[in-house]
Ligand binder design. Structure first.
Ligand code: ADP
Ligand code: MG
Length: 709
């Protein structure tokens, strides 16, 4: 149960003064939650310094100043279009206050003629006159003295005024109480970190720009807390998964050997090695929890099939889960011919299967007639019962769906792979993203990893070129030529950071422009569109039209299902390539040239490019090695941006920033290990404090694992 000390943290924001039912939804949307602690994690991004108090004549335009003046005269406007003005002065000169739509009664009350008042706001110079439009603050001298000299500025959203948000957050901070210290005292002392509550207050009350940096003791501490909770939670889940004994699966090799004879090519050394590592895990009594990392096209599917066949050899069943329906279908189509020849029964189950057909399939599954089941999340619905499931292969592509669940199961939702029902099932997660170590730590913790570092021979790298956006017409011409020669093209639209709405608008606009330009020539319906706001079935329909060749050109936001194979697609155009992460560019271009015909990629950029942007595009032009690219990108840009985390589904940290706090992550990992080694049940004083930490960061599911042993 959540400790009492955190009750206020989880109280609704509507319990705060000034946060009524109208405002609450807006604030909630802004800060990502409707509880008091959601406001705690909304840290200021800037500050207003009201300590600058010059004489009127000396006040610098463009700066926030607090001025002490005598009010001379109110000049109400003669018509609605003119502003209301109030003339004032001090010993050095004159100041005009300007109000649009000012209410006379209110202004006369706030600024009585003949009296001294203080005003604070932006200084402007207009016709040689010092003026201030809509002062942020007006009041008597005493009132102004009580005002904070430095005010934090928070990231804002439409409909919430800065003052209002500031007050609500101030209110939320008064609810923060001291919490038991969960940090190792020696470590805390060495780092010079404040106690939790002090750190929170300090982070919200900057006194200067330096206090807004990510490396202040306050912000570091808060970030470390979050990372520690992440690492502890991952370790707890992992410990729990590993503790469940797996079953010993050795197989007799009969199906795997037969498969190798069927394949038109030899396995790569990397594939052999991965097969051996997986077979080793499956043969052990401990449960397998392994990550198979391999660049696009490195041949992960065969490794997966190999593992699935191993468990079929032992008479057990295997499951392969893909993130989307179309990918699931594609896996089924790839594996079916092999399985048919091997006498292995595979079946496909997606959310679309309903009624009798579904019931019949489930029956065959329960009877053990189906050896390998392929599907989407539908695989983990309650009525899907295997006769004897021994292995789950989870193809994550780039979405980290499972890692999120590993990383925690978060908010009370059932975690299919660690549920009792799935207990003991070996797990193999496949990802095409060469995740730098730091990032894989936050997503998976210390999972065992197999890497396919080598690609099947005979594939020519995608011919990658950069083109300035002013050559748009040439790009369109190249696209037209490709399509006229019977091939297909992807067109990826700009990524507008942090604004899905704009992404979408850009894609939709490009889609209509290309339709206008090309459909007369290429035919109606030849230009498709797929984006993130479509329903899954709309997305699937658009992807299917493309993969079946009905549409020739597919305009997409980055949501395009990166794992889908359309062998006939040979060109990919990526607009505003300079805005993408390198790993993302690499994955995107991996979509083309998969069918034997060589692929090409046009990276369209809008100049002028900075040095970093230039080096980045150069790397992607010259290298075809996903791991190298990820590392280079990490070096050039820092961890946080490498994957374009917004869409990747990697854990979303509230305070920690992996670009700035990568070293803290490693420290948190080490600390978490040590903690659980020494105090596996978190029973000591510090252990209890750590429980509070886990609750504070909502790792409730991990806590259950702790208690159930
Ligand atoms: P990934 O899933 O890692 O992106 P796939 O498993 O889809 O890659 O394999 C990409 C392509 O390479 C497929 O067409 C597959 O048949 C082929 N392939 C896999 N292994 C080999 C190999 N050892 N030699 C040649 N081609 C291979
Ligand atoms: Mg694949």
């Amino acid at each position: 149960m959540r400790p009492e000390s955190l009750f206020t943290a989880f109280a609704p924001i509507t319990s705060l003064k000034g946060c009524g039912p109208k405002l609450a939804p807006l604030v909630e949307k802004l800060v990502g939650g409707g509880r008091v602690l959601d406001l705690w994690w909304h840290l200021p991004s800037g500050l207003i310094d009201r300590r600058y108090r010059p004489a009127v004549a000396e006040a610098e335009p463009g700066r926030i100043a607090t001025l002490q003046v005598t009010v001379d005269r109110h000049l109400p406007p003669r018509n609605n279009r003119m502003p209301y003005k109030v003339q004032c002065h001090d010993g050095s000169g004159r100041l005009t206050l300007v109000f649009f739509n000012g209410r006379e009664d209110f202004l006369r009350k706030s600024l009585p003629e003949g009296e001294t008042r203080a005003v604070s706001g932006m200084i402007e110079l207009f016709d040689g006159q010092v003026q201030m439009t809509h002062p942020d603050r007006m009041g008597t001298l005493e009132e102004i003295e009580q005002m904070a000299a430095v005010e934090p500025i928070y990231p804002l959203t439409a409909g919430v005024a800065p003052r209002t948000l500031g007050k609500i957050i101030e209110g939320a901070l008064t609810r923060a109480t001291d919490l038991p210290e969960w940090l190792d005292p020696a470590y805390q002392q060495r780092e010079g970190w404040p106690a939790w509550r002090d750190a929170l207050l300090a982070a919200h009350r900057p006194e200067g720009m330096a206090d807004l940096e990510k490396d202040t003791p306050a912000r570091q501490r808060l970030a470390f807390d979050e990372l520690l909770s992440n690492q502890l939670a991952l370790l707890l889940v992992r410990r729990r998964l590993k503790r469940q004994t797996g079953r010993v699966l050795t197989g007799d090799g009969r199906l795997r050997d037969a498969l190798e004879k069927l394949l038109p090519w030899p396995l790569t050394n990397a594939q052999r090695q991965a097969n051996a590592e997986i077979a080793g895990d499956m043969a052990s009594e401990r449960r397998m929890l392994r990550l198979l990392q391999g660049d696009v096209g490195s041949g992960k599917t065969m490794v997966a099939l190999n593992a699935l066949l191993l468990c079929v050899e032992d008479g057990a069943q295997g499951a392969l889960m893909a993130p989307t329906e179309i990918l699931a279908r594609q896996h089924a189509e790839t594996l079916e011919p092999y399985c048919a020849k091997l006498g292995v029964k595979i079946a496909l189950l997606t959310g679309r299967d309903k009624g009798k057909a579904r019931a019949a399939l489930l029956q065959r599954l329960a009877d053990g007639e189906v050896n390998i089941l392929i599907g989407t999340h539908a695989l983990f619905q309650d009525d899907v019962v295997f006769k004897d499931l021994a292995l789950a292969v989870i193809d994550e592509q780039h979405r980290f769906g499972v890692s999120q669940r590993l990383g925690l199961a978060a908010k009370g939702q059932r975690d299919p792979i660690s549920s009792e029902r799935g207990g003991g099932v070996d797990i193999l997660v496949m990802t095409a993203t060469p995740i730098p170590r730091t990032l894989s730590l936050t997503a998976y913790g210390d999972m065992d990893v197999s890497k396919l570092t080598e690609k099947p021979p005979g594939r020519s790298p995608v011919d990658t070129r950069t083109v300035a956006s002013d050559r748009y017409l040439d790009v369109v011409a190249a696209v037209t030529r490709k399509i006229q020669s019977g091939e297909q093209v992807y067109w990826v639209c700009p990524l507008v950071e942090e604004n899905e709405q704009l992404d979408l608008a850009a894609a939709a606009e490009r889609h209509s422009a290309l339709r206008l330009a090309l459909e007369p020539e290429l035919g109606d319906g030849s230009i498709g569109l797929v984006h993130g706001k479509m329903t899954p079935s709309e997305k699937d329909a658009a992807m299917e039209a493309f993969s079946a060749g009905r549409s020739k050109l597919l305009v997409a936001t980055t949501v395009i299902e990166v794992g889908v194979d359309v062998p006939n697609a040979t060109l990919i155009v990526i607009e505003h390539a300079e805005r993408f992460g390198l790993a993302q560019l690499h994955q995107l271009r991996g979509r083309v040239g998969r069918g034997g015909k060589p692929g090409a990629c046009l990276l369209v950029y809008s100049g002028p490019l900075g040095e970093t942007a230039k080096s980045r595009l150069k790397i992607i032009r010259e290298t075809d090695d996903g791991f190298l690219i990820a590392e280079e990108d990490l070096r050039l840009r820092g961890a946080g941006e490498v994957l374009g985390t917004r869409q990747s589904g990697l854990p979303d940290f509230r305070v920690a920033d992996l670009a700035a706090h990568a070293d803290l992550l490693v420290a948190a990992r080490d600390d978490a290990r040590l903690i659980l080694e020494r105090d596996p049940k978190l029973a000591s004083e510090r252990g209890k404090a750590l429980l509070t930490l886990l609750y504070l960061f909502e790792r409730d599911a991990a806590i259950q694992y702790l208690q159930s042993g």
